[in-house]
Design a protein around this ligand. Sequence first.
Ligand SMILES: [Zn+2]
Length: 153
Amino acid sequence: MQIPTIQLKRSIKDRILDECIQKKPNEACGFVWGTANFSWIHVEAFDSVPNCASNPSIQFSMDPVSLIPILTSKIGSGLEVVGIVHSHPTAAAIPSHEDLLTSWHQLPSHWIVSLQQPTPYIAAYQYVRLEGVDQDFSHSMHYRPIPITIIQG
Ligand SMILES: [Zn+2]
């Protein structure tokens, strides 16, 4: 499977990082919207979603009450959800065991913002499910980094 390249406008990157910093010490979460094909993902917008996890400093769960208006707000815009973003306030930008259990694994990209170091670090991954490998879903899920190119805008 080909790995696409993400084209990310600087202004949207800044919005994502601001949201993650603001929600610290809890994990932030949200969607990136845009257009995608096999060779690129163009990101056009970011929406944050409240994290309703019972232990939000180490996990995220998108608040369903907020989720529906956000998902329906862009109907007709030509944009689709091209990725899910969440932050790791104290951990590296690597998918956790729990992250790999996501039911959103078919989305083209999964973004993790690490606030572990003084300078935030943003990484994106493609999750690839290998069929019939293991009973434990996360063990059959692999991830591959997607390069992010920052563009003006
Ligand atoms: Zn995570």
